[in-house]
Design a binder for this molecule. Structure first.
Ligand SMILES: [Mn+2]
Length: 424
C-alpha cells in the first residue's frame, strides 16, 4: 500500500492551526530556528531491515501480523516510514537475510521510495543451512583457519552485494567471545581477528569503509573479543584509514559515559557510525529516547560539537542507523517514534549556545554550564521538528496518520496475519 498525496494533505490541513500556533511561538522566541530546520531536513536515519518485523527474546516471539515477507516488502515498509516522516531515507540490509534476487529491480524500487542503501551487515553469529563450518565457537577469531576463511569469504560476499546496491559501507558485529574463564587465549583471539579483518579490509573498494562494532557481553557472557570501544579502536587503527568504530548505544556496560566515548572517537577521526536504541539494563534494543532522553541529547551535543570542530557535514559525516527490536509494539510505529526522538535530540543539541558554553567552561562556571545544556534540553522543540517534517513533505503526526489510515490492518490484509519477517 502507499499513502496518497490527498491523504497526507487532508491530515496536515487538520493539524495546521494548532501547529502554526505552537511553531509561531517557538520561532518568535528562538533566533536560530531556520538554521535548525534546514539541518533537520537534511538529516536521515537508516532503518534496519531486521527491525521491520516483531523481534523476540529467547523465551518467545509474538508476531504482530502483516510483517514483510521479502526484501521487496521490507523496502515498501521503509518507504512508508519515509513518506510519513521524510527522515528515514535509507535502508540498512543484513546478509543473508536480505539477499536480492534482482539487483536492478531492488535498486529501482529503492529509487521509487527515494531510499539509498546505507551500511551492509554481515552475519557470522548464526549458522546457515548450507555452510560447511559452524560458528558455535566464533567466526573471525576461531582457532580453526577453515572457519575463519568461511567467515572472511562471507564478509567479502556482503561487500559484493553492497556494491551492486550502491552501498559504501560494511558493518561488522561479531558474537565472538567466550562464556567461561580459560576458554580462550585473549591475545591469540585478538590476533586471529585482526588477521581476518585485514583480509576483509583488503577487499574493500576504494571509496568503501568498514565499521567495527563492539559489544560488552551477550551472547557470550565471560568475554567478547571486540568488547569495548578501546578494542574496536585498536582494530580500526591497525586496519587503516577506511576502518572506523561503530557505537551501538546498547552495547556498553551499565552507566558507561557514552557521550565521552563519542567525543574522543570523533576527535581521533575514528567514529564511523551509530546504532540508535535505548536501554534500561543491557542491549535492550528499546525505542530511542524512551528511557534516557537526556543521555541521547548529551550524545548529540557531543556529536554536533565534534562534527563542527572538524568541519564535517552533520548529515553525511557519520552513518546514522537505528538498531532495535520490537517485542510488544507495532515495529513501524516504534521506528517512527525512534526517528522522532533522534530528530528531537539533534534539534535540541543544535540549539545549545556553543559560545556561551565554551565561555562558561573556560571560567569553570559549573552552574552555568548545566543551565545552558538544560535550557536547550527543556525547550520544547517538537513544533520545530514538525515544521521541518512538513516542509520536507511529511506528515504533521506520523504515528497519528499511520493509525488514521489503519496501515497495519491494510498490511495484514495484503500479507496475512501469520507472516514472519527474517531477522532477530
Ligand atoms: Mn548494533
Amino acid at each position: 500500500m502507499e499513502i496518497t498525496q490527498n491523504q497526507l494533505e487532508a491530515h496536515n490541513d487538520r493539524a495546521s492551526k494548532a501547529h502554526q500556533q505552537s511553531f509561531n511561538f517557538i520561532a518568535a522566541t528562538q533566533q536560530r530556528v531556520e538554521e535548525v530546520i534546514s539541518k533537520l531536513i537534511s538529516f536521515q536515519v537508516a532503518i534496519p531491515s531486521w527491525a521491520l518485523g516483531t523481534g523476540g527474546t529467547r523465551f518467545g516471539r509474538f508476531s504482530g501480523g502483516g510483517e514483510p515477507r521479502s526484501l521487496d516488502e521490507k523496502l515498501a515498509d521503509i518507504g512508508l516510514l519515509h513518506r510519513l516522516n521524510q527522515s528515514s531515507g535509507a535502508a540498512s540490509l543484513h546478509i543473508p537475510w536480505d539477499v536480492p534476487q534482482d539487483y536492478a529491480a531492488i535498486r529501482q524500487q529503492a529509487q521509487h521510495y527515494n531510499l539509498r542503501f546505507d551500511a551492509m551487515n554481515s552475519n557470522t553469529f548464526q549458522d546457515q543451512p548450507d555452510q560447511a563450518h559452524s560458528y558455535k565457537f566464533g567466526s573471525l577469531h576461531h582457532a580453526d583457519p577453515a572457519v575463519r576463511k568461511q567467515a572472511v569469504e562471507h564478509n567479502i560476499e556482503v561487500i559484493r552485494q553492497g556494491i551492486e546496491l550502491g552501498s559504501d559501507t560494511l558493518s561488522i558485529w561479531l558474537a565472538d567471545g567466550s562464556c567461561f574463564p580459560g576458554q580462550l587465549n585473549f591475545r591469540k583471539a585478538f590476533q586471529r581477528t585482526l588477521e581476518s579483518l585485514q583480509e576483509i579490509y583488503a577487499a574493500l573498494p576504494e571509496h568503501w569503509k568498514v565499521f567495527v562494532e563492539y559489544k560488552a557481553f551477550e551472547p557470550n557472557f565471560y568475554s567478547t573479543t571486540i568488547g569495548d570501544w578501546g578494542q574496536s579502536l585498536l582494530f580500526a587503527n591497525k586496519l587503516g584509514p577506511k576502518a572506523f568504530t561503530l557505537v551501538d548505544l546498547g552495547h556498553h556496560l551499565p552507566n558507561a559515559n557514552i557521550e565521552q566515548i563519542v567525543s574522543l572517537l570523533l576527535m581521533e577521526e575514528k567514529l564511523g557510525g551509530f546504532h540508535f536504541n535505548d536501554s534500561k539494563y543491557g542491549d535492550d534494543d528499546l525505542t530511542a529516547g524512551s528511557i534516557k532522553p537526556y543521555q541521547l541529547f548529551l550524545i548529540f551535543n557531543e556529536l554536533v560539537e565534534g562534527l563542527d570542530a572538524r568541519g564535517l557535514d552533520h548529515a553525511t559525516g557519520l552513518g546514522w542507523m537505528i538498531d532495535a527490536s520490537h517485542n510488544v509494539k507495532d515495529p513501524l510505529e516504534d521506528l517512527l517514534q525512534s526517528v522522532d526522538a533522534i530528530m528531537l535530540a539533534y534539534a535540541q543539541a543544535l540549539l545549545v549556545d556553543r559560545d556561551a558554553l565554551t565561555a562558561a567552561q573556560d571560567n569553570n562556571d559549573v552552574t552555568l554550564c548545566q543551565e545552558i545544556l538544560q535550557d536547550a534540553f527543556r525547550t520544547d522543540l517538537r513544533p520545530v521538528v514538525r515544521e521541518a517534517r512538513l516542509r520536507a513533505g511529511g506528515a504533521a503526526n506520523p504515528v497519528g496518520l499511520y493509525r488514521e489510515l489503519q496501515i497495519r490492518q491494510q498490511l495484514i490484509s495484503e500479507r496475512g496475519l501469520k507472516t514472519v519477517a527474517t531477522g532477530l
